[in-house]
Design a binder for this molecule. Structure first.
Ligand code: PEP
Length: 252
């Protein structure tokens, strides 16, 4: 079986001022200094990226952004581009988070434009997909995910050099305290890997890391990480406290 280095990623959403972000990153770096064979990423707000980047230089932690715009520069007030994220020290960017889809009008088409910009710049995109509770009740989970993946990855050049990370985040499990059952998670992750395989070949599918996100906490992470197609976690609420995030990172 393919060896995929697990990735535990923290999405700090719209929390923490610059000084709070610096304090949390400093504490986290200390708590995870013993970690081997797990990749760690934190995604602070745009305003804290550069200061956090300085703090985590030469630590086990990588930096991610929570969004990206597809143009490199121009008259696009309020937006931020791949070269800007790279220059702030980012290696990763979260794309198509359900909060962006729900509150900021993201569509599969704009998600795809962001994916292309990240992919061609060398940033590692974390493509978020997931069904709502209604989709699941109406048995549309797989058709919704199929469309999000098809559209999200359309036109991308992907090979083993262009790492891809997918985060399966059932919308009904984000910030709600509800976690999908291990059976539900494994079923969807296997389905997603199969989809990537059909589109880009088995070798890329085997190299793709598929994270689970949705109320991951220190007490449920081990069970999720033991599933064969779960290669990590995208953590919101529980990533805000360095102690609880460190416990998640030390899941094994
Ligand atoms: C997220 O923001 O991606 C997330 C999964 O949030 P939470 O862990 O709080 O459910």
């Amino acid at each position: 079986m393919e060896h995929r280095v697990p990735l535990i990623a923290g999405n700090w959403k719209m929390f923490k001022t610059c000084s709070e972000a610096v304090d949390s990153a400093t504490r986290l770096a200390d708590l995870v200094s013993d970690i081997e064979n797990v990749d760690i990423m934190i995604a602070p707000t745009f305003t804290s990226l550069a200061v956090v980047s300085d703090i985590i230089l030469n630590t086990k932690i990588d930096l991610g952004a929570q969004n990206i715009f597809w143009e490199k520069e121009g008259a696009f007030t309020g937006e931020i581009s791949a070269p800007m994220l790279l220059s702030a020290g980012c290696q990763y960017v979260i794309i198509g988070h359900s909060e962006r889809r729900q509150y900021f009008g993201e569509t599969d088409e704009t998600v795809n434009q962001r994916m292309r910009a990240a992919n061609s710049s060398g940033l590692i995109p974390i493509l978020c997909v997931g069904e709502t509770e209604t989709h699941r009740d109406e048995k549309k989970t797989f058709s919704v995910l199929d469309k999000q993946i098809e559209k999200g990855l359309e036109g991308l050049t992907l090979d083993e050099q262009h790492s891809l990370v997918i985060a399966y985040e059932p919308v009904w499990a984000i910030g709600t305290g509800k976690t999908a059952t291990p059976d539900q998670v494994q079923e969807v992750h296997a389905f997603l890997r199969d989809l990537v395989g059909k589109k880009f070949g088995n070798s890329l599918a085997n190299a793709t890391r598929i994270l689970y996100g949705g109320s991951v906490k220190p007490d449920n992470v081990s069970e999720l990480m033991a599933l064969p197609d779960v290669d990590g976690a995208l953590v919101g609420g529980a990533s805000l406290q360095p102690d609880s995030f460190s416990k998640i990172i030390h899941y094994s």
